[in-house]
Write a protein that binds this ligand. Structure first.
Ligand code: CA
Length: 225
């Protein structure tokens, strides 16, 4: 994953790039808006982090320019100015998310992972996920198991779709919480256990083959073997 940071404050750059490099990302840095515009244009980045107060072109303007040329690159705005007006302008100019300085790296990193997931979650053309005798119609948001339609609540459906799209991958409670409930750390992770149990009752209980498995100490996995 290639990320671009457009930011003129060396301290902020160093915190973000050290953190992201440690997580295995490759990080490019532009110290002003003009260089940032040039780099965004000439390279393909998976995500761009933009400061608002920048020399050259400001971050709001730069966001508009990048989104015009490359609408499918997710952008997070960094702002020291936590005023509603700034945030609204940023989002109007196409930013996908924003974070107010000072922030913790973990908080930024959670936003980055969520955006990357959202942008990579674009479904394939037939829009059906099939695992064993489970069929999820992603377009219609309907679920069948062994040819019987299963009625799920919206949250149960999002949870099932997320687990199915990540078939055979162990998902931590935090991964699930962030993807299914967006970011709301106040919910607590036991809400995940509660909903996994709801899903189990509907998806697995009527069937001999269990698809949802608990991985002790790690989380949950949906798999057919
Ligand atoms: Ca700045």
């Amino acid at each position: 994953m290639n990320l671009l940071i457009v930011e003129d404050e060396p301290n902020v750059v160093s915190v973000i790039s050290r953190g992201l490099t440690g997580e295995g990302f490759s990080v490019s840095v532009a110290p002003d808006g003009l260089i940032g515009a040039q780099m965004a244009k000439n390279n393909s980045f998976d995500l761009i982090i933009l400061d608002i107060m920048l020399p050259g072109i400001n971050g709001l303007e730069l966001c508009k320019i990048i989104k015009n040329e490359k609408p499918d690159v997710p952008i997070i705005m960094l702002t020291a100015l936590g005023t509603t007006e700034n945030i609204v302008t940023g989002l109007d100019n196409g930013a996908d998310d924003y974070i107010v300085k000072p922030f913790k790296f973990e908080e930024l990193f959670a936003r980055i992972r969520m955006l990357l997931r959202r942008y990579s979650g674009i479904v394939n053309s037939d829009q059906i996920i099939n695992i064993a005798d489970l069929y999820i119609n992603v377009t219609a948001k309907t679920v069948k198991r062994n040819d019987v339609e299963i009625i799920l609540t919206a949250t149960e459906y999002r949870l099932l779709e997320f687990m199915a799209k990540n078939k055979s991958k162990i998902l931590s409670r935090i991964d699930i919480l962030e993807s299914v409930w967006d970011i709301d750390f106040n919910l607590g992770t036991n809400v995940v256990d509660v909903y996994v149990n709801y899903l189990r009752k509907k998806i697995d209980k009527p069937s001999d083959q269990k698809l949802i498995h608990t991985v002790v100490g790690l989380g949950y996995v949906l798999k057919d073997k």
